[in-house]
Design a protein around this ligand. Structure first.
Ligand code: DGY
Length: 328
């Protein structure tokens, strides 16, 4: 049984593959693998440990051939995997939820605070040698205390983001179609939390943080119309997936001053970042690093490896995306 790991991952994951006696290949270079090299590398594999940067589509599955039994994605999001096609071929797809929840929520708050208090603008000003004196009107930001946070998506990460709002004395509006939390008993922790419809959330929130899964239903969930519902003093934060936001509509809203600012960790055509976003001072841009802490990336690598090993050794993996193909 041979496994291909599409890009270098933390050592903890590779060690598990070694301990399981699996022979694996992994490129030495950290960058994006060339597509043709990737297709050659997966040929004959029983398992692929993929990253969100690699498209696992019919072409990749075809290139791997009939031995392929599992695609273990090193991410909670799996929009890079054609799950329908994998299911049709009887290939199990797994992912890594849970282990990155708190780290991603922390980073969402890092963006929110930095955006509200203009941290990146201040950093640029100092580096450019423009800090001449303290000024009562210099880089005035927005207070979080007393304001309203709208959280779109009440899965693990959305809830972890919402939970933190209590410490900042913010009101919380939550939206998810199911109005369900993984641990409903936790709802009481946030005395101010309220389930609302999506449009109401966009109308009332001072900070809107996006955490829905990437599905056809959430594609451009934040479009021209929804952006027009937001207060001109409100901020948008996206640490979910780029395609949830109509990026061009967001650019137009920001340029017209219909929105106070945005913080983005993900992009519609990642890694491409439109020039217009680069030029807007009230936009904070991060390179998809919300889960990037040393401990969490090690846990993601270990979980992805464990999912893959379990699938190949006949144990049901902890996190199956298409459990219907599991035959043991
Ligand atoms: C994920 O897991 O889906 C994140 O985007 C990267 O950690």
């Amino acid at each position: 049984m041979r496994v291909h790991v599409t890009r270098p991952i933390p050592r903890a994951g590779l060690e598990l593959l070694e301990q399981a006696g699996l022979s694996y290949t992994v490129p030495e270079a950290e960058g994006l693998p060339d597509r043709s090299e990737l297709l050659r590398a997966v040929a004959g594999c029983t398992g692929i440990l993929s990253l969100l940067t690699e498209r696992m589509d019919a072409e990749a599955m075809e290139a791997a051939g009939p031995a392929l039994r599992v695609i273990s994605n090193h991410a909670v999001g799996h929009d890079n995997v054609d799950v329908k096609e994998a299911t049709r071929r009887g290939i199990l797809v797994t992912n890594t939820p849970g282990v990155l929840t708190e780290t991603t929520a922390d980073f969402t708050w890092a963006l929110m605070l930095a955006l509200a208090r203009r941290v990146a603008e201040g950093d640029r000003l100092v580096r450019e040698g423009k800090f001449e004196a303290w000024g009562p009107l210099m880089l005035l930001g927005t207070d979080l205390a007393g304001s309203t946070l709208g959280v779109v998506g009440s899965g693990r990460i959305g809830w972890a983001v919402a939970r933190r709002a209590a410490g900042f004395k913010m009101r919380v509006l939550l939206y998810s179609p199911s109005r369900r939390l993984e641990n409903p008993e936790e709802f009481g922790l946030l005395r101010s939390a309220q389930w609302v419809e999506l449009d109401e959330l966009f109308q009332r929130a001072d900070f809107v943080s996006l955490h829905p899964p990437s599905t056809p239903a959430t594609h451009h969930l934040v479009d021209e119309r929804r952006l027009s519902l937001m207060k001109p003093t409100a901020f948008l934060i996206n640490t979910s997936r780029g395609c949830v936001v109509d990026e061009q509509a967001l650019i137009r809203a920001l340029q017209a001053g219909r929105l106070a600012g945005a913080a983005l960790d993900v992009y519609e055509h990642e890694p491409h970042v439109p020039q217009e976003l680069l030029e807007l001072p009230n936009v904070l841009l991060a390179p998809h690093i919300a889960s990037a802490s040393q401990a969490t990336r090690s846990k993601m690598a270990s979980l992805a490896a464990r999912n893959l090993i379990d699938a190949l050794e006949g144990r049901p993996p902890e996190h199956m995306v298409n459990p219907e193909v599991w035959r043991g």
